[in-house]
Design a protein around this ligand. Structure first.
Ligand code: ZN
Ligand code: ZN
Length: 182
């Protein structure tokens, strides 16, 4: 789920004062509206996290369904345990990106003027509207919470080695934990 190319806006941002401007001059007589932007790479990182969490959540749900329907023979149990250990690695949610407020006018010109502190050096930066980014980060947070709700059952599977006389009781507890999750 990479950002759609039409969402990426190339701006020039001064590395000293932080002033932002797009290269083409304003044609004049425009109305301006506020446009909050975040760096495109932070948007991409959030989208990549959503992809990774969707895959992780699918694997966790598949795994718990498999546990619920497994006879939990020694061999099956060992294979499910290996999958559970791998599925417990959760990708971290990126820190929220810093938003910059700019003004965009009808002609497409974008600026966020700053009192310049000297010579302006303005490399090009790829930005994305904060409106596109915010729901992606929220989705990542929501998926992580959903994945976390499945963790206790997976931890039980990953880290419990039943004593021989408790084998059946442990197997039943595992199946029950898995079934209540899926
Ligand atoms: Zn304009
Ligand atoms: Zn400057």
């Amino acid at each position: 789920m990479s950002p759609a190319p039409h969402d990426v806006i190339l701006i020039h941002q001064c590395i000293g004062c932080g002033a932002i401007e797009t290269p083409q001059p304003c044609l004049g007589g425009c109305h301006e509206h506020r446009l909050d932007l975040v760096p495109a790479e932070e948007h991409e990182a959030a989208a990549a996290t959503v992809d990774a969490l969707e895959r992780l959540l699918a694997e966790r749900e598949r795994l718990l369904r498999d546990v619920a329907h497994s006879t939990l023979s020694d061999e099956e149990w060992a294979a499910l345990r290996t999958r559970a250990r791998a599925a417990l690695h959760t990708p971290p949610i990126p820190e929220p990106a810093d938003t910059v407020t700019t003004w965009k006018c009808d002609c497409g010109h974008i600026e966020a003027p700053q009192p310049c502190i000297g010579v302006c050096v303005r490399p090009e930066r790829a930005m994305v509207p904060a409106d596109e980014y915010t729901p992606i980060l929220a989705r990542a947070t929501e998926l992580a919470a959903h994945a976390e709700r499945l963790s206790p059952a997976l931890r039980l599977l990953a880290w419990t080695t039943p004593r021989p006389d408790h084998r059946e009781a442990t197997a039943t507890a595992l199946r029950t934990a898995a079934m209540t999750c899926v």
